[in-house]
Design a binder for this molecule. Structure first.
Ligand code: PRP
Ligand code: ZN
Ligand code: MG
Length: 219
């Protein structure tokens, strides 16, 4: 029997919530979280535990049928071009809500969006950041960073940052304040657009119906 392949983040913001949702949908797994490939014992479903940034491309290329990923990561990968344009959101999952925000030093001269003109902005989301500012006529230099973006102003690598904020603790601990929300995100279930493979579609439908129930009951 053909098995449904779902890509889930191996570690980070969405991994626990993603696994938790799948378990509450009735899937049972034998192994711990460190295994790259997990086989459900009671349904024809396989999980691939990978880096979140890779999930849109894994689904777009057909390596996986579905993926659980932050909408911010989906959007960023889609702005990077390629086959990710063929992806769609099958279901909004209602967890891992966060905002991508522009933030600046509390003690600085930058107060609003207009003050960012010509400045350097550190971010792990160059596509979303650039697109947002471009539509508002703000021209900036993007400094791309993989992580620890919040240290950039202090190290004089950039004047401002554009990074994910959930509690706000990271901004506060680094003497930064948000001046603008660029993107609102939550975990989403993605798949390729169009007709789904008939061998796996029925199991996907069952899982999504259960997920809708789980999401509704936890709101
Ligand atoms: C994000 C972001 C901040 C932090 C914000 O990092 O980059 O560091 O979360 O959350 P807070 O407002 O609750 O403090 P994440 O944990 O996603 O990891 P990463 O920076 O390694 O991508
Ligand atoms: Zn990532
Ligand atoms: Mg971080």
């Amino acid at each position: 029997m053909t098995r449904l392949r779902i890509a889930v983040q191996s570690k980070g913001r969405l991994s626990e919530g993603g696994m938790d949702l799948l378990k509450r949908c009735g899937l049972r797994f034998a192994y711990g979280r460190d295994k790259l490939h997990q086989r459900a014992e009671n349904m024809p479903v396989d999980l691939m535990l990978v880096r979140d940034d890779d999930i849109p491309n894994f689904v777009a290329s057909g390596a996986c049928d579905y993926g659980i990923v932050g909408e911010n990561v989906l959007r960023e990968e889609q702005l990077a071009g390629g086959r990710t344009a063929e992806l769609e959101i099958a279901l909004r999952l209602g967890f891992a809500t966060c905002r991508l925000k522009l933030a600046v030093p509390v003690e600085g001269e930058i107060r609003d969006l207009a003050d960012l003109q010509g400045k350097a902005i550190a971010t792990s989301y160059p596509g979303i950041t650039r697109a947002y500012l471009a539509t508002r006529g703000i021209d900036v230099e993007i400094v791309e960073m993989r992580g620890s973006v919040e240290v950039a102003p202090r190290l004089h690598i950039a004047d401002a940052i554009c990074d994910l904020v959930s509690s706000g603790a990271t901004l506060q601990a680094n003497g930064l304040k948000a001046i603008e929300t660029v993107f609102e995100s939550e975990a989403v279930l993605i798949r390729r657009k169009g007709v789904q493979a008939p061998e796996t579609d029925s199991i996907a439908r069952i899982l999504m119906r259960r997920a809708e129930g789980v999401i509704a009951s936890s709101q």
